[in-house]
Design a protein around this ligand. Structure first.
Ligand code: IPM
Ligand code: MG
Length: 353
């Protein structure tokens, strides 16, 4: 097949992991006879430096005509003055809103050989296989913000259709898995959460009577994720709770560096990014773990292009690389790292078949 991909490397380790992800994509293209045309564009701090805008018009145009978008990471100390008029993170938020990718899919699966890399005791980790569906284009991230000398506010707002459509995505996925869905909210305090719960109950009753639905408060979910992670399957939640819980859940897998994400809307055009940030402390040193990005590319092949075999081949290559003991610093401790960003990717490409 042929596809056009917008590549937004961004800041910090973003460009390094993008380069490595694209090497894997090239290897897959060669092996399976596909043509992926990539158009590299600015986002985040790099875009602020070059144009003053974290999501410039050229980037928006390239994304609009692409079949999928790959994002590295944005942000860094250079742009983190809280009083700065523009911030790199606004670039990601504008990108998500612009692509209308309201469903952020973050799988947390544990590779057995990595249980030692997790700070959680190994006996809790057996069988952990969670997918968090995070609502990505609404809630407190996008509500009106105000600020004066003595007061600041962020409005958290959800409309019925926004809740319905994310619940549908999660319920369909639950139907393909264990038939159970856990919706996370804070309905004991927040009106938006009571609304979320109400709309969820109605949508599930009307459209997914066979899926078992459980409602859990976000504070309890944060605890249970550590205490009994293997009991979760598909979790669905609003934007900010999803942001927080997925960072927490990433620790089950040993490192944020391992985990991919996909963001989808009503079309097949998706946004694919590792869940880690720009890690300015290790940027440019060849230390970053490229697995989260490479696994995100595997998600792209499956979800945007329907290339299941190619996607599975990449995932299997990542697993066997880890099983063979090849480790970047984040999953091995600095003293034990056996390789860096490029070496890890080489090892994955070698195992692609
Ligand atoms: C994430 C990140 C972003 C978010 C930041 C960089 C805006 O933390 O993708 O989880 O909060 O959504
Ligand atoms: Mg986050």
């Amino acid at each position: 097949m042929e596809a056009l991909i917008a590549v937004l490397p961004g800041d910090g380790i973003g460009p390094e992991v993008c380069t490595e992800g694209l090497r894997v994509l090239d290897a897959v293209a060669d092996q399976y006879g596909h043509q992926f045309k990539c158009s590299e564009q600015l986002i985040g701090g790099a875009a602020i430096d070059a144009t003053g805008n974290p999501f410039p018009a050229d980037t928006r145009a390239a994304c609009a005509e692409s079949d999928a978008v790959i994002l590295g990471a944005v942000g860094g100390p250079k742009w983190s003055d809280p009083n700065a008029p523009v911030r790199p993170e606004q670039g990601i938020l504008a990108l998500r809103a612009n692509l209308e990718v309201f469903a952020n899919i973050r799988p947390v699966k544990i590779i057995d050989a990595l249980t030692d890399a997790s700070p959680i005791k190994a006996d809790r980790l057996g069988g952990v296989d969670i997918i968090v569906i995070r609502e990505l284009t609404g809630g407190i991230y996008f509500g009106k913000k105000t600020r004066d000398e003595n007061l600041a506010s962020d409005l958290c707002i959800y409309e019925r259709h926004e809740v319905e459509r994310i619940i549908r995505v999660a319920a369909r996925l639950a139907g393909e898995r264990r038939g159970k869905l856990c919706s996370i909210d804070k309905a004991n305090v927040l009106e938006t959460s009571r609304f979320w719960r109400d709309v969820t109950v109605r949508t599930m009753e009307a459209e997914f009577p066979d899926i078992e639905i459980e409602h859990m408060l976000v504070d309890a979910a944060a605890m249970h994720l550590i205490n009994r992670p293997a009991t979760f399957d598909v979790m669905v939640t609003e934007n900010m709770f999803g942001d927080i819980l997925t960072d927490e859940a990433s620790m089950l897998a040993g490192s944020m560096g391992m985990l991919p994400s996909a963001s989808l809307g009503e079309t097949r055009r998706g946004l694919y990014e590792p869940i880690h940030g720009s890690a300015p402390d290790i940027a440019g040193q060849g230390l970053a773990n490229p697995c989260g990005m490479i696994a995100s590319i595997a998600m792209m092949l499956r979800l945007s292009f329907g290339l299941d075999d190619e996607s599975a081949a990449i995932e299997a290559a990542i697993d066997s690389t880890i099983e063979d003991g090849i480790r970047t610093a984040d999953i091995a401790g600095v003293d034990h790292a056996s390789t860096g960003t490029v070496g890890m990717t080489d090892a994955i490409i070698q195992r692609l078949h």
